[in-house]
Design a protein around this ligand. Structure first.
Ligand SMILES: Cc1ncc(COP(=O)(O)O)c(C=O)c1O
Length: 382
């Protein structure tokens, strides 16, 4: 079996599995906010996990709030920055995840003005336009939310340049690092962004876990008020075992950063070989910097879902676009933003593996995809 939908959700890493088996056997199990010794021991383990997560992400432990994942982190930042804000302009990009788009639309419905930054044909944000907008609207910009890496194409965005503009203009910047963290090194302090988010299930920790990084945590306003947990930034008893798995998973991915070059090379080989065998094939975002673990590929005229089903019959699991819109046989909004035709847009499959996947996956994906394309080519008589 080849699981190639890590961008949708990564399987638990073996390190997390081993940790959980021992952890569930031994305990402690208690409310980490309780005053008895079991509570104190549970808290100790969770705070140790916070320190480790902070270390792997280049943050201070006090800058880290445990939560349920990126969607919650994104909503918390919008709520924190926009509540009572006199400035009215929100800037996002045209390739943001729906967790950002729908939140921004909600605030637009409350009277904020939403500006959506276009991308070029490679799926990279148009930085020059953003610079113009900063000149035009700076005094009115309430916040900017632009991702570090795209979930469909894997294209890495110039988030440092976005951050520079935001810092110069004193505009809060939320960098959606959901797909970036765990796939390539990220140092929060060095990035200097105001807010970054993470979902545990994207990097092999337990699903339903996550964290929000805030440069100045005092700017956070709790979205979930509750009993004052997480220094009043996120109410509700913490998912302490889940939070511990975040630290284990972050260590595992950090140990695998040394594999990035090897995986990028293998990915390149894979793309070259498939394009040579099937000259009509298109790789989306091909000429932009991309995550080493993602390939977004289309055979124009062949339906992506037909390719996906063919691959599944070979025990290879991929998606046609982002998991959330899997059942929609339409060109995704990310690809429309990149001006991709429907023939290509309907033909895409996303192959996304993990930093801990064997490099032979790319060979096996080549064999599997070649078989699928060859079969469907005949049926469609190209
Ligand atoms: C770029 C990006 N942002 C945010 C999210 C939301 O993450 P979650 O559903 O884990 O909260 C995702 C999930 O696919 C994503 O890819």
């Amino acid at each position: 079996m080849i699981y190639a939908d890590y961008n949708g959700s990564a399987p638990l890493t073996p390190e997390v599995k081993d940790y959980l088996i021992a952890r569930l056997e031994k305990g402690p199990f208690a409310n980490p906010n309780a005053i008895h010794s079991l509570g104190a021991n549970t808290l100790l383990k969770m705070e140790n996990a916070r320190s480790l997560c902070a270390k792997y992400l280049g943050a201070h432990p006090a800058q880290l709030t445990f939560n349920s994942g990126a969607t919650e982190g994104i909503s918390t930042v919008f709520h924190s920055v926009l509540a009572l804000n006199q400035k009215k302009v929100i800037i996002i990009s045209s390739i943001e995840h729906s967790a950002v788009v729908n939140t921004a639309n909600y605030y637009a419905s409350l009277g904020f003005i939403l500006k959506v930054l276009p991308v070029n044909a490679n799926g990279v944000i148009e930085l020059e336009i953003l610079k113009e907008w900063f000149q035009e609207f700076n005094s009115q910009i309430a916040m900017v939310a632009i991702m570090a890496a795209n979930n469909e194409t894997g294209v890495i965005q110039p988030y440092q340049a976005v951050n520079q503009l935001c810092q110069d203009g004193q505009v809060p910047y939320l960098c959606d690092t959901t797909q970036f963290i765990g796939k390539t090194p990220f140092n929060f302090k060095e990035s200097n962004v105001d807010y970054a988010v993470c979902s545990g299930h994207k990097l092999g920790a337990m699903t339903g876990t996550g964290l929000l990084l805030a440069k100045n945590p005092e700017t956070l306003k709790a979205l979930i008020i509750g009993g004052g947990q997480e220094k009043n930034h996120r109410g509700g008893t913490q998912h302490y075992i889940g939070n511990e798995t975040l630290a284990i998973a972050l260590k595992a991915v950090t140990d695998n950063f040394s594999r990035i070059d090897e995986l990028s090379k293998k990915r390149q080989e894979f793309e070259n070989k498939i394009k040579k065998s099937f000259p009509k094939v298109v790789v989306l975002g091909e000429n932009a910097p991309r995550l080493s673990t993602t390939t977004y590929i289309a055979y124009p005229g062949l339906h992506g879902q037909a390719v996906q089903i063919e691959l599944e019959s070979q025990d290879i699991f991929v998606t046609t676009s982002s998991a959330c819109s899997d059942n929609m046989p339409v060109t995704s909004k990310v690809l429309r933003a990149m001006n991709v035709s429907d023939a290509i847009g309907r033909g895409v499959v996303r192959l996304s593996i993990g930093l801990n996947s064997p490099t032979t996956y790319y060979d096996e994906l080549f064999t599997g995809l070649s078989k699928a394309y060859a079969k469907l080519e005949k049926v469609n008589s190209f």
